[in-house]
Design a binder for this molecule. Structure first.
Ligand SMILES: NC(=O)c1ccc[n+]([C@@H]2O[C@H](COP(=O)([O-])OP(=O)(O)OC[C@H]3O[C@@H](n4cnc5c(N)ncnc54)[C@H](OP(=O)(O)O)[C@@H]3O)[C@@H](O)[C@H]2O)c1
Length: 272
């Protein structure tokens, strides 16, 4: 899989990862859970490693930790999770719990989920980064109404990562947020790359462009991801799934040529 450098460290990150919202929030007794080892295998076999979770996603951190320790103990996973609460002590307790649930003593990326109480949590994140408990720090959001605040934080605080909504039919970040990340040396993770699934539902009956095979793409899911990855400010995309077939398909977007400007424009026309 292709990689991109995290600007603050030059460490190379594979460009397609996995989101665990919904897909990994399942009970061990369920049929859905039994599919999850194959999801992780599909990610790793294709050379991916970024796995994104949050205490907001029900059982997702716990499922991730269990599965990595049982099925993939020597996995290359780059673990990203979040703090999503108010208060310094509450934030510390929640992050300590994430270490336990993920069954790890090092989390690669700790993000402040939806900027919730970010001024309180940031000093803890900076201290833990210094101590080596976490390797990178970031903020996340998922909606255009937050872009003003996201921009202000990006301008005022040194950060390693921004995780933000970006999809073929949801391109608001292109205007100011992505250029700002490039200027500030902040890595960008795209969440909701399929608009939670709605984008693919809209595209599913449309024919793929004739040039799809030229860019080594054979589905709308791969094209939608490649559209985002073609933007030079984007470091990684994290489509959410609990389905091994989808994971393998999505990881396939991390190979081959990116799109030309004209191909990008054509895709924008398709979604109107
Ligand atoms: N504020 C935040 O920090 C924030 C907000 C939102 C999301 N996130 C992160 O971003 C990740 C991605 O966002 P998301 O999961 O909300 O939405 P998404 O990735 O845009 O869409 C997920 C949906 O797409 C479906 N899907 C995935 N791959 C597919 C494929 N190849 N073909 C057809 N359908 C496919 C999934 O189906 P199945 O479920 O059947 O697999 C699921 O219903 C999350 O999992 C989470 O880690 C963070």
């Amino acid at each position: 899989m292709l990689t991109r450098a995290i600007p603050s460290s030059a460490e190379l990150l594979p460009i397609v990862g996995l989101g665990t919202y919904r897909g990994f929030d399942v009970e061990p007794s369920s049929p859905a859970y039994k599919q999850l080892p194959a999801v992780l295998r599909a990610l790793f076999e294709k050379g991916g490693k970024v796995i994104d979770s949050s205490p907001m996603y029900g059982r997702a951190e716990q499922s991730t930790g269990e599965l990595l320790s049982i099925h993939e103990p020597r996995s290359p996973a780059f673990l990203a999770t979040k703090v999503w609460t108010r208060g310094r002590e509450e934030g510390i307790a929640q992050m300590e719990q994430s270490f336990k649930l993920l069954q790890t003593d090092r989390i690669d990326l700790m993000q402040i989920h939806n900027l919730l109480d970010w001024k309180t949590h940031l000093p803890t994140l900076r201290k833990w980064k210094e101590e080596g408990r976490i390797r990178y720090i970031g903020i996340t959001h998922y909606t255009a109404s937050a872009y003003e605040e996201v921009e202000a934080v990006l301008k005022s605080e040194p950060l390693d990562f921004l995780q933000i909504n970006y999809a073929l039919d949801d391109r608001g970040v292109e205007k100011r947020i992505l250029p700002l990340c490039r200027e500030r040396g902040v890595a960008v993770i795209c969440n909701r790359p399929f608009g939670g699934g709605d984008l693919l539902a809209r595209l599913k009956d449309k024919p793929l462009p004739r040039w799809a095979a030229d860019v080594r793409v054979n589905s709308w899911a791969q094209l939608a991801l490649k559209f985002l990855l073609t933007h030079s400010a984007v470091t990684c995309v994290i489509p959410g799934t609990g389905n091994p077939r989808y994971m393998a398909e999505n990881a396939g977007a991390g190979f081959g040529p990116m799109l030309t400007g004209a191909q990008r424009e054509q895709l924008i026309d398709v979604v109107g």
